[in-house]
Ligand binder design. Structure first.
Ligand SMILES: Cc1cc2nc3c(=O)[nH]c(=O)nc-3n(C[C@H](O)[C@H](O)[C@H](O)COP(=O)(O)OP(=O)(O)OC[C@H]3O[C@@H](n4cnc5c(N)ncnc54)[C@H](O)[C@@H]3O)c2cc1C
Length: 336
């Protein structure tokens, strides 16, 4: 079995065990969150050889070329020496909470002021860290020169970080953020490409960013948003989206409720089922899928079978598998 050497200690991996699983099994503290290759919080660096290609999936070229890899995806075939990335490689920076606004019974908008150096595109996501735990949240706004980030946070029952954000985090508090990550972003090079956006719950956050960016940049082809939730408490921004349909005739908005007997104005059923039944031919379209992991994976397959090119399908599955992680750098020790 291959072994990994980390901070001078050698750990033998079990068959098919990832580097992350092996380290956690030996009680080694490393950051992790989704453990599915999405959130990138378990990034590490190979010291003396190239990591397996599949463990570099989704990483920026600048990180790949310097041997960085995702520990949750890394199943080495030979021995490896590994180290943590430096703060210069993937910095945690300090952001300040400048606003909290309830968008629905379950959804809170959190507005952060980030450092000048922090640049992002609408629809990407960031990681936040609190009480040794990392979580990912999508950026719902278009960069506006004000250094603000808007996040939509759904309060998960018994969720440690979402409840902390809803109940305890206060305007004026500092927090540590990392990123941005992900490619759920608008492509300004194709203004005449129809867009299909499907999101459940706070999957709307990234989609809102993409939509505002597309409309601001003069997208000419139709834009179809399908937002779904099981219950009414996951539906939000209906007024804003309906106002956009009035202002932009090529923007279409369908809000779906999969619970029994939705009130008028809501389409019964699951957002992805409704959307893909309405638009069964997606050749030449660009598709965005965000939210519930099962929905995203199923809809990705169906969109591909309906003709969308894989390169034109952007997805952010809200993967979760949260393990205990070591203490983060304190916000006070980070640059503002
Ligand atoms: C790329 C990415 C982008 C994301 N963007 C957003 C966003 O914009 N807004 C947002 O609100 N969330 C988003 N998430 C999900 C978010 O990162 C957290 O998983 C979520 O807030 C729950 O964290 P928690 O600490 O409150 O719950 P935990 O304490 O981790 O979990 C509490 C319980 O809820 C279950 N659970 C945890 N997460 C989920 C989930 N997503 N769905 C269903 N059950 C869950 C757990 O199994 C556990 O039983 C995103 C995730 C990813 C990977």
């Amino acid at each position: 079995m291959p072994s990994i050497t980390f901070e001078g200690q050698r750990y033998v991996l079990r068959e098919q065990e990832s580097v992350l699983e092996g380290l956690l099994r030996h009680d080694v503290s490393v950051l992790s969150s989704c453990r599915s290759g999405v959130c990138q919080s378990c990034i590490m660096r190979a010291v003396d050889q190239s990591p397996p290609a599949e463990s570099q999936k989704g990483l920026k070229e600048s990180l790949r070329s310097r041997g960085h890899f995702l520990a949750c995806l890394c199943r080495p075939e030979s021995d490896m020496e590994i180290t943590l990335p430096g703060n210069a490689d993937l910095p945690w920076v300090s952001a300040k909470v400048i606003g909290k606004e309830r968008l629905s019974e379950r959804v809170m908008q959190l507005t952060l002021r980030c450092p000048d150096t922090f640049s992002f595109q609408a629809g990407q996501f960031i990681n936040i860290i609190h009480d040794d735990k990392v979580r990912s949240y999508s950026v719902a706004n278009v960069p506006n020169g004000m250094r603000t980030l808007e996040l939509h946070v759904y309060r998960v029952d018994n969720g440690r970080i979402s409840n902390w954000i809803h109940n305890d985090l206060a305007v004026g508090d500092a927090m540590s953020i990392q990123g941005p990550f992900g490619d759920c972003v608008y492509n300004p090079a194709a203004p005449d490409q129809p867009l299909l956006l499907i999101g459940t719950g706070c999957g709307l956050a990234a989609l809102r960013g993409v939509i505002h960016n597309a409309l601001q940049q003069g997208h000419t082809a139709p834009i179809h948003l399908f937002h779904g939730s099981r219950a009414l408490d996951g539906v939000y921004l209906t007024n804003e989206m309906r106002a956009l349909t009035e202002r932009y005739p090529h923007f279409n908005y369908t809000v779906c409720l999969s619970s029994n007997a939705p009130p008028s104005g809501f389409t019964p059923g699951r957002a992805a089922d409704v959307a893909l039944a309405q638009y069964p031919q997606l050749k030449g379209w660009r598709v965005y899928l965000c939210g519930n992991t099962d929905m995203v994976k199923t809809a990705k397959r169906k969109a591909f079978l309906a003709g969308a090119a894989l390169k034109d399908i952007h997805s952010d599955p809200f993967e979760f598998s949260h393990a205990m992680s070591p203490a983060p750098p304190s916000a006070a020790s980070l640059s503002d």
